[in-house]
Design a protein around this ligand. Structure first.
Ligand SMILES: Nc1ncnc2c1ncn2[C@@H]1O[C@H](COP(=O)(O)OP(=O)(O)OP(=O)(O)O)[C@@H](O)[C@H]1O
Length: 482
């Protein structure tokens, strides 16, 4: 450009324009500046929206197959209508059939401890459950806690799932129950547990900390109870002398009664456990009992009874009227609890085919022994020391009342606690004063008389309403109840 041209451009650019009399070069400068700012703004907008859409894709979409809302809705439904079916799985497959279609994970978990691959891939910390309690754990998180659902972490295997010990990232020790796919049974058990005990807090009930719903996986995460279950301590290989003293046994009975009383009388709708038995009573190092395994629980509104066509429970513990008619209310649990007391006192299983005739059925044998005034011979021979006679008879009395063939005459769990605690106070008092009241105390003599009377009455009534013929509708029904 020549000097002339440059001077011309300079002159032109310096001319004032109609825009506030600004010179042309100033106007051009403002326009270019604005254009740059606008371009930058649009660029940043574009980048932000792309980032958002990526992040959105990485999170599981809250669609209809998003786990929590669906489960939550279904759980509400089962409160009104639930028929739990009997069925024990015959093999240990922990990957469910719809897993492949969900596209989330592949392969089965078996005896190896290698980490399985889980396709969903997001490592998300525990979220607060949408159910209003507990936590919603990811599969990956529980896999990490249990060393990949490792064989070495297996604590036990129940009818509906395998239980693993695990340690969460915050150091909490937990028990993780991986429910088996049993044609819908896992789903039902899962819903029942979540609904029945999700919100329950009681020192004698195993606390459910949260759950995992991912693809076809259904897992329940419980507080870890570190001293096994009562069945192991009563019938396991524990040597000649049981560590379970009389006081410990009574403490276990009382604690269990408190847990059940809370389910029956402290909740609305009340919860009938339906599977009270020694393997479902966990104990901690101080021998505090905690009732577990609510998979068969049933929610009942206030005074209701429920008639089911399928009887659930464990052989030897199921109340006769429930077995025969399907009529279920909390008194069925009271019956099972009575059997549990007998088991704890005697160290015998409710049904033991290795025993001689007349001793196979615990209730029948125990009543006969009481009737013959041989209560002392009922006591577990592995007990380190014999209980006070009065304490033994009171415990037997409670047990006999709980297994009354007439469900309406069985005490409520609250009343059971009252009877047990009264006994506790009396026995402690007896020990403190160092006197044996058993012979002089009229109350004691009355107990003795009542125990024998109840046993006799039950023995006479026992078989009339539990005939062998009435077994048609029930699954796990023994041919004879007593
Ligand atoms: N929270 C827990 N802490 C420690 N151990 C547990 C816990 N929950 C269950 N277990 C143990 O895991 C094992 C299996 O328990 P689960 O409740 O699945 O079956 P079960 O009661 O033995 O049998 P079923 O379910 O067939 O009646 C039991 O030995 C039990 O002691």
């Amino acid at each position: 450009m020549s000097v002339y041209d440059a001077a011309f451009v300079n002159t032109e650019l310096s001319k004032p324009t109609s825009i506030f009399g600004l010179r042309l070069w100033v106007v051009i400068g403002i326009l270019v500046g604005s254009l740059i700012v606008l371009t930058l703004f649009l660029l940043s907008l574009c980048l932000t929206s792309r980032h958002r859409s990526k992040a959105h894709k990485a999170q599981p979409k809250p669609t209809t197959d998003s786990p929590t809302p669906v489960i939550s809705k279904e759980i509400q439904e089962i409160v009104h209508d639930l028929h739990v079916e009997i069925g024990k799985p015959d093999h240990r497959v922990v990957v469910y059939s719809d897993r492949a279609s969900s596209g989330e994970s592949k392969g089965t978990l078996n005896s190896g401890c290698e980490t399985a691959s889980y396709g969903s891939g997001n490592v998300v910390g525990p979220e607060v459950s949408h159910l209003g309690w507990g936590r919603w754990y990811t599969l990956r998180e529980l896999e990490a806690a249990t060393n990949g659902l490792c064989e070495e972490n297996v604590i036990g295997e129940g009818g509906y799932g395998i239980v693993y010990s695990g340690i969460l990232s915050d150091g909490t020790k937990v028990a993780v129950k991986n429910l088996l796919n049993n044609r819908g049974q896992a789903e039902k058990e899962f819903k029942v547990e979540v609904e029945a005990i999700g919100r329950v807090r009681h020192k004698n009930l195993v606390r459910l900390l949260g759950y995992c719903v991912e693809g076809a996986y259904r897992m329940l995460v419980y507080e870890y109870v570190d001293n096994g279950n009562l069945d192991q301590w009563l019938h396991g290989d524990i040597g000649e002398v049981s560590p379970l003293t009389w006081d410990i046994r009574m403490n276990v009975i009382l604690g269990t009664a408190k847990g059940l009383a809370y389910l029956h009388e402290g909740l609305e709708p009340k919860v009938v456990h339906r599977d009270v038995k020694s393997s479902n009573i966990l104990v901690d190092r101080q021998w505090n009992p905690k009732v577990s395994d609510f998979g068969l629980a049933k929610l009942l509104c206030s005074e209701n009874s429920y008639v089911t066509t399928r009887v659930m429970g464990t052989f030897g513990y199921v109340a006769p009227e429930y077995a025969c008619t399907g009529m279920l209310n909390e008194k069925s649990d009271v019956y099972s609890f009575g059997i549990l007391i007998m088991e704890i006192i005697s160290g015998r299983s409710p049904v033991d085919y290795s025993r001689q005739q007349g001793e196979v059925n615990l209730v029948e044998w125990l009543k006969t022994m009481v009737g013959k005034r041989k209560a002392e011979e009922i006591v577990d021979p592995k007990l380190p020391e014999m209980p006070a006679s009065k304490a033994l008879k009171r415990a037997l009395l409670v047990a006999l009342r709980c297994v009354d063939p007439d469900a309406t005459k069985r005490p409520k769990m609250g009343h059971v606690i009252h009877m047990l605690e009264a006994d506790d106070l009396l026995v402690r008092d007896e020990r403190r004063t160092g006197r044996d009241t058993s012979r002089s105390d009229p109350d004691y003599q009355q107990d003795d008389h009542v125990v024998v009377k109840i046993a006799d009455k039950h023995l006479n009534e026992g078989t009339s309403d539990t005939s062998e013929g009435d077994t048609g509708r029930n699954h796990h029904q023994p041919t004879r109840w007593r």
